[in-house]
Write a protein that binds this ligand. Structure first.
Ligand SMILES: Cc1cc2nc3c(=O)[nH]c(=O)nc-3n(C[C@H](O)[C@H](O)[C@H](O)COP(=O)(O)OP(=O)(O)OC[C@H]3O[C@@H](n4cnc5c(N)ncnc54)[C@H](O)[C@@H]3O)c2cc1C
Length: 398
């Protein structure tokens, strides 16, 4: 069978793979994306997570012409409220608001399914992009001038660069021989959506108590009532117990854990359970293979860092290959590796530390949490620097 020639092969049509395809196509490269899953229908794949994109991600979407397709689906986030709770039932101990109204929103929140649908519709209008659904990456041969790819349906390709966006279990990472370091925390994150009588005022709220954060990120109103996406981290057994509760007692537990700040919460969706892990590939490249997104790093869902970090990988790879005839050349991939590895490591270390301190029931850790929150907010240069960086303090919405 003849091998098809393309510039870039992308494994994985998750949110990162689709955004990468749009970005690389905007640089003028021919891209083929393969994903073993079926093409998502109008209702998506039932992903109950939402993603709060921060300013650097939005700037990339503007640059590649994707933002007009996304903007109508976004809930702008004008601020971030961090609340420290204590006691039983939990009540507010310290509260701080991070906002910079004059500079526009801090971020934009999307339900993952609607995000993917909009990026997909955009890609269908790009002539240089093909998406093969229902067949995945199977094998590769990494050569100095090209990478040979075989897909699970037997299709054979010849690409100049192969990009792994095939998720946390990344078959392409394994095929490229790149090792992984993994930290398990024994925690699980529950993701679901709720309605509530008190308006969110486009402010994302993070509530800290031991066990992990409880984060409420604004969504568009549901049936005329304010709504939010929630990520609630807990020790694994407690999370499993909560996931098994009937909707009403579950909503009562969630209301209690939220300190009642937005009034009684009502469950709008199913609940999804995600194991909380930190994973980092030991290298981002091998020959003509590059790893991005969860194939390269998985972070606990704290601080909206996951997909935002992935978008920075995509922007860096695009920048390294811009104007180059060969997107998989050694110099291109060396630039990519150098520009991303330190930032990924720094984020992973910061979130790991933050998670260990905030989940701890230890009194000292609880005091540290409160002092850290006051310091980050009340010292103006630190606060302004964090907002300008579009990151928020560690612990921004997840
Ligand atoms: C509860 C929760 C809340 C979160 N909130 C935020 C947030 O607010 N902000 C943020 O930035 N991040 C957030 N994250 C992180 C973010 O959701 C993830 O980083 C992101 O969804 C992962 O996208 P991905 O495309 O890397 O991987 P995936 O979505 O896992 O996609 C991988 C794709 O690869 C495909 N695949 C598998 N095998 C193969 C193969 N052999 N060949 C080809 N394709 C293959 C799969 O079918 C899948 O479609 C959150 C995470 C969690 C758990």
């Amino acid at each position: 069978m003849e091998r098809e020639e393309i510039d870039i092969f992308l494994a994985g049509a998750g949110p990162a793979g689709l955004i990468a395809a749009a970005t690389f196509a905007a640089e003028g490269f021919r891209v083929l994306v393969a994903d073993p899953g079926p093409k998502p229908g109008p209702a998506g794949r039932g992903d109950l997570r939402s993603t709060a994109f921060l300013r650097p991600a939005q700037a990339l979407f503007e640059r590649i012409g994707l933002w007009p397709a996304l903007a109508p689906l976004a809930t702008p986030l004008d601020g971030l409220r961090i609340v420290d709770l204590a006691g039983e039932p939990p009540t507010v101990r310290t509260e701080r608001l991070f906002a910079q109204a004059s500079a526009g929103p801090l971020g934009w929140n999307f339900m993952n399914d609607s995000l993917r649908g909009a990026v997909l519709a955009h890609l269908e209008r790009q002539p240089g992009v093909e998406i093969a659904w229902g067949c995945g990456f199977a094998a590769l041969v990494n050569r100095s001038t090209e990478v040979l790819i075989r897909l699970t349906d037997g299709r054979r390709l010849r690409a100049r660069l192969a990009v792994a966006a095939d998720g946390r279990a990344s078959p392409m990472r394994d095929a490229a021989g790149i090792e992984l370091s993994v930290t398990r925390y024994g925690q699980k994150a529950l993701a679901f959506a709720v309605s509530h009588p008190v308006p969110h005022d486009r402010i994302s709220t993070e509530l800290y108590l031991d066990g992990g954060p409880f984060t409420m990120v604004p969504l568009p109103d549901a049936g005329g009532v304010p709504a939010s996406a929630v990520v609630w981290m807990n020790p694994g057994p407690r999370a499993t117990e909560l996931a098994a509760l009937p909707p009403e007692p579950f909503a009562a537990e969630a209301t209690r854990r939220s300190g009642g700040l937005l009034g009684p919460l009502e469950l709008l969706t199913e609940r999804a359970l995600w194991p909380v892990v930190s994973q980092r590939a030991r290298a981002l490249t091998s020959g003509r293979v590059a790893l991005i997104a969860e194939a390269a790093h998985v972070l606990p869902p704290i601080g909206a860092q996951g997909l935002n970090t992935s978008v920075m990988d995509i922007a860096a790879l695009a920048q390294s290959m811009a104007g180059q005839p060969d997107p998989g050349a050694a110099a291109v991939l060396a630039r990519f590796e150098a520009s991303r590895s330190r930032d990924i490591a720094a984020r992973a270390i910061a979130i790991d530390l933050f998670n260990r301190v905030t989940r701890s029931p230890d009194r000292l850790a609880q005091e540290l949490r409160q002092i850290g929150l006051k310091l980050v907010h009340d010292v103006a240069p630190i606060r302004r620097g964090l907002i300008r960086a579009g990151m928020g303090p560690p612990g921004q919405d997840a």
